[in-house]
Every structure is written in C-alpha cells, then in structure tokens.
Ligand binder design. Structure first.
Ligand code: SAM
Length: 417
C-alpha cells in the first residue's frame, strides 16, 4: 500500500481494474465520471445492511440506484440534467420483454426498408441553433425518422428505453469527437470521410441494452423495489423527501463547477436538443457552482485557507472555486436532514487541483457533515484506473502547461449520530 497523505492509504481492493463495469443495465449509456458499480455495490453491502431506502442526490445515470434495487433496497435519485434522469429511469425500469420485442421488430423492419432505399417517410427536422454545424443533412433526416418512430410508442418505459439508445446514436452520428466529453467538432478532413450508418448504430445500442435489461430483470424480478428519479436541487431543497427517512446515501457529487471541470451539460447538449429539452444549452449554469457567489469566510480553516491562496493568484478562479463549495455546503446541509439517526452517507469525491493547489474536498466533505451531526467512519483512497476523466489539464491556464489532475478518489463514509 502506498501512503499518499497522512494516515491515508491507497487501497487497491477498491480499484476494480479488470472488473466488468458494464454488466446489467450499467451498459446503457456512457456518461462523464460514472461511478464504478462495484464501488456502489460494496458500499451498499457494507453500510446498507437492513436498509430500506437509499438516496443519491447527484444520481447521474443511476449507478447506485441500480445497485440498491439489486439488493432489494428502494432508491430515490435526483439530478438536474434531464438526460441523466432519462438514463437513470431507463436503467431501473422493468419492461415486458415480449412487448419490447414487438417494438424492436417494428423498428428493425423500418431500418431494413430504409437501408434498402425505400423512400423515407416525411419528417419534420427539429430546429435548434447549429444543427447543421453538428449533423449532416442525411443524418438529420435519419435521426428524425427514428425520433418519429419513438414518439409513436405509447408505453412510457419502452419509449425511454428507445430514447436512451437514440441519445447515444445522436452523439455518435454527430460531428463531435466521440473521445471527448466536451463538444469538439471533427476536422474538415474527418467530416468528409464520416458517413455513419444511423440505423445500425441504433440497432446495435438497442440489442446491447436489451441484453443488459434481461440480466437486470432476472436479478430483481422477485424483489418488490422501486427507483424514483426526481428533479430537484439539494442546494435549495429536499423536495418531497421526508426528513430522517433515508437509511443510506451512496453518491459521487461533481468535482467542481461544470464549466471548469466536467461539463455534464455540454456532454448531453446534442441529445437534450434532439429530445427538445428547453434551455438544453444552459444546463451547466444550473449545476453546482454554476452561478458566481461573492467570496465569504465560512470559518472552516481548510476551506478559507485554500480560497485565500487561490485568490492571491487569481481572483476569478477563487470565486469559481468558492461558488462551488458554497453550493456544496448548502447541499450537504439539506441532504443531512434526510438521513435517519444511525444512517450512513458515502461520498465518492475527487481532490482536484486549481492553480497547482490541491483542493482537499475529502476533508471539506467530512467537515461539512460533521457540522450537521455526523461522525467520520472512514475515508478510503482508491486509484482511478479506467474512468473517462481528463488525466491532465491546464490548471494554470498557461498554454502548453499541463499537470496531472486526479489519479485518486476518496470515499468518505460518515454516520448520523
Ligand atoms: C459525478 S456525476 C454522477 C455520476 C453517477 N454516479 C453515475 O454513475 O452516473 C455528478 C452529477 O451531478 C449532477 N449535478 C450537478 N449539480 C447538481 C445539483 N445541484 N443537483 C443535482 N444534481 C447535480 C450532474 O448533472 C451529474 O450528473
């Protein structure tokens, strides 16, 4: 075990380097900074014994909700990104596979006839800014045909199942560089050669997802469990969650504000635009730290000191960092109200660097919870072997000067006393 900080050891048993992270419905859709299902599974098994209700306040695509349901535990998740909620819903919904098969057959018939030159049915192309910048005309027409097909599905769960495959198809048939989470357009040379088969992209996703869904249904079919995916912001409220009703939280909050860290909204933008989500290009502003707050002292030495250090170098960056932590502080205050006495929270966080200064988010998380009636149980340090995260960035904003960002994650476990 390598020691990386005082009393903190990297525990390689949390790496899950060669584990299959795409089993059951976890195969559905890629998303930035996803939690490893094995981490969620282990935390729930260790700290969720006898639990009835799990909550994930930044549920993303619902990794911990899926794992809770597999263990017979009900789950509530919230996320401000509509695409994340769509995926989380689809990953935790049971569908009658015979009915799904009927729709899949209809879809395959449609794809077959169009691939073999039968005239496309008339479609209305969606209108959003820059659609021609991101999609060729042919791709737009084919996506519109698929969208029309999905809109005709009456069963909500089956519709969502198709929309999830559609969202990935949108991304992969667009001119965005697929290896990047942010939207970067392919070069002209690449665009000239790019000729995606939209229907086969879609059918491949559908058949992969159907396999995952069958595996998932097999695991939960005898368990009477639910997942309830909501749309509220814990920075402001606990929505309709009852106070002291939650047994366990397993979550991975954002590492920082979306604009300067992981741009969830930007990653999801094209899909959200095709799904006609209002203000799809403004999601990142709504996420944690998206709105600038004036720096103030929170009387937390660890936080106040780093904000001051960054402020001495760059006032704007200090404000961005503070805005994130201030929202995080308010969110933890609200989230704390939902937990039962004796309940656990498990936060998987990253200590990113800003201006070469490491932000001790693990310690700050611990302190925020301690202020709200929790005691610290443990902090595990894990390597990030395979997460799709930028390993290097430019924290000083100097051209060409990059630094290793995060190779480790911290799993902070707290208990309500
Ligand atoms: C690290 S991701 C979660 C990934 C998730 N564990 C998974 O496996 O898919 C963090 C999520 O927090 C969401 N988020 C950011 N700010 C939020 C807020 N104030 N309220 C709810 N969700 C928020 C983002 O949209 C993003 O989906």
């Amino acid at each position: 075990m390598a020691i990386i900080a005082e009393k903190k050891q990297i525990e390689t048993s949390w790496d899950y380097r060669n584990a299959n992270t795409k089993k059951v419905t976890h195969c559905f859709h890629s998303y930035p900074a996803m939690m490893i299902p094995q981490v969620a599974e282990r935390l729930i098994a260790t700290y969720g014994k006898g639990a009835n209700l799990l909550f994930d306040p930044y549920c993303g695509t619902g990794t911990s909700l899926v794992e809770a349901n597999i263990k017979g535990i009900n789950a509530i998740g919230t996320d401000l990104n509509p695409l994340a909620r769509l995926i989380a819903r689809a990953k935790t919904s049971i569908i009658d596979i015979h009915v799904l098969d009927l729709y899949l057959k209809d879809f395959n018939d449609l794809a077959f006839s169009l691939n073999f030159g039968i005239e496309k049915p008339p479609v209305i192309l969606p209108k959003f800014k820059n659609i021609d910048f991101w999609f060729s005309k042919t791709v737009q027409e084919e996506l519109a045909v698929i969208k029309k097909f999905i809109e005709s599905i009456s069963d909500e769960n089956i519709k969502n199942f198709f929309y999830v495959a559609f969202s990935e198809t949108v991304r992969e048939s667009s001119y965005t560089r697929n290896s990047e989470f942010k939207l970067y357009r392919m070069s002209e040379k690449q665009r000239e050669k790019f000729n995606p088969n939209v229907f086969s992209l879609m059918t491949n996703k559908l058949s992969r997802n159907k396999k995952g869904l069958i595996e998932y249904i097999e695991l939960i079919k005898d368990k009477k469990v639910y997942s309830d995916i909501k749309n509220f912001n814990t920075v402001e409220t606990i929505g309709d969650i009852e106070e002291k009703s939650i047994d366990i939280i397993v979550t991975s909050p954002p590492y920082g504000d979306s604009k300067t860290t992981v741009a969830y909204g930007q990653f999801s933008r094209l899909a959200n635009q095709w799904l006609e989500i209002k203000d799809a290009n403004k999601i990142d502003n709504k996420l944690m730290g998206g709105k600038r707050t004036k720096i103030q002292k929170l009387d937390i030495k660890e936080l106040d000191t780093i904000i001051e250090k960054i402020n001495n170098i760059d006032n704007k960056r200090a404000q961005e960092v503070f805005s994130f932590y201030f929202d995080y502080y308010k969110s933890i205050k609200n989230v704390s109200k939902t937990i039962k006495k004796g309940g656990y929270v498990c936060y998987v966080v990253g200590n990113r660097k800003v201006k070469s200064i490491t932000l001790p988010t693990d310690k700050i998380t611990r302190i925020f919870f301690e202020q709200n009636g929790f005691k610290h149980i443990d902090t595990f340090v894990r390597n990030i072997p395979s997460k799709r995260m930028p390993k290097r960035n430019s924290p000083t904003n100097e051209v060409g000067k990059t630094e290793t960002t995060m190779n480790n994650e911290f799993i902070v476990v707290m208990k309500k006393i």
